[in-house]
Design a protein around this ligand. Structure first.
Ligand SMILES: C[S@@+](CC[C@H](N)C(=O)[O-])C[C@H]1O[C@@H](n2cnc3c(N)ncnc32)[C@H](O)[C@@H]1O
Length: 306
């Protein structure tokens, strides 16, 4: 069992870690990005909200003594975590959103609709579980959740089926009820996918974390510092795109054919987009690692010389 880092060469090309620099990896996971950053000679602060990921990092700590600082924290609270470490400016921040293969593959974490496990889905192991949500939410709220965070077109139908069959204790009990409530997906996608995505995002407040994490990262970047974000679905990418475009002084959704005066703010932006549109992984990577298929990378730099 392992986690294959997604778009690693592209991440490094934008992050450009170098000896003497200080970087932050807000999503340590299996440590794939972290090891590559440390190999350049940079110092790295790495966060993960999952204590199991932090525990797995012991080998990397031993390999890079004094240069890797591994912290159990959410990237949404990186300002406080860095202040505690006495760090006020960073040369680079990277976020690789979502769950790791370790989390998905361990049935007992409750993320998978293919292997049976307790209906949990908490990356950080605190707060309400997915079971707490599906067993207590009113039908209307559950339907809205599946619609907004899962983009499930048949959200009302799924919510009705869940309410009729609850309480649920395990992932497969829930997945089977969802599957039975829906027609077969013509694309071959498991029809439980969207509902499981919605529950996972809600349980971990993933979109709130992205908003807080991006805001904090932009504040922490030193002049010349780079922020690189890899996201895996449109809800995440939409936030990343909006925040980066705003920071770079671009009106969101403005046409690139419009006169510059209409798209630029009156004030100098202070940040420059390093990617004009999201970068996607190549065919070879998608063939070798199916998880990479939905990846999108965006990057931005604070103006000025480090
Ligand atoms: C896709 S994996 C990262 C993989 C990593 N880049 C690598 O190369 O191994 C995402 C990791 O981020 C963690 N994570 C997700 N949201 C987080 C948050 N808000 N704060 C801190 N860690 C988070 C998850 O627990 C998971 O371990």
């Amino acid at each position: 069992m392992s986690h294959i880092p997604v778009m690693l060469p592209e991440v490094l090309a934008h992050l450009r870690p170098a000896p003497g620099e200080t970087h932050l990896d807000g999503t340590f996971g299996g440590g794939g990005y972290a090891a590559a950053i440390l190999e350049t000679g940079a110092t790295l602060y790495a966060l993960d909200r999952d204590p199991a990921a932090i525990a797995r990092g012991a080998a990397l700590l031993a390999r890079f003594p004094g240069r890797l600082h591994l912290l159990h924290a959410r990237f949404g609270e990186m300002l406080a975590a860095m202040a505690e470490q006495g760090v006020s400016a960073l040369d680079g921040v990277v976020l690789d959103l979502g769950v790791s293969s370790f989390q998905i593959d361990q049935a007992e974490r409750g993320f998978s609709f293919r292997a049976d496990g307790p209906l949990d889905m908490r990356m950080g192991r605190e707060g309400p579980t997915a079971a707490d949500l599906v067993n207590t939410l009113p039908e209307r709220e559950l339907a809205d959740l599946l619609w907004e965070l899962g983009e499930e077109r048949h959200s009302r139908r799924v919510a009705r089926a869940i309410i009729a069959a609850r309480p649920f204790a395990t992932t497969l009990e829930l997945a089977n009820i969802i599957r039975r409530s829906l027609p077969r997906d013509p694309s071959g996608l498991d029809s439980a996918t969207r509902s499981f995505q919605a529950l996972r995002i809600k349980v971990n407040d993933e979109l709130g974390e992205i908003e807080r994490g991006l805001d904090a990262a932009l504040r922490l970047l030193a002049p010349g510092g780079r922020l690189v974000v890899v996201s895996f679905h449109s809800l995440e990418d939409r936030i990343v795109k909006r925040v980066m475009q705003n920071a770079a002084g671009r009106a969101p959704g403005a046409s690139r054919h419009a006169p510059a005066a209409l798209t630029a703010r009156a004030q100098p932006a202070g940040f420059q987009l390093l990617t004009q549109r999201a970068e996607r992984p190549g065919d070879a990577e998608c063939g070798a690692n199916p998880r990479a298929r939905s990846a999108r990378l965006r990057a931005i730099a604070r103006l000025g010389v480090a």
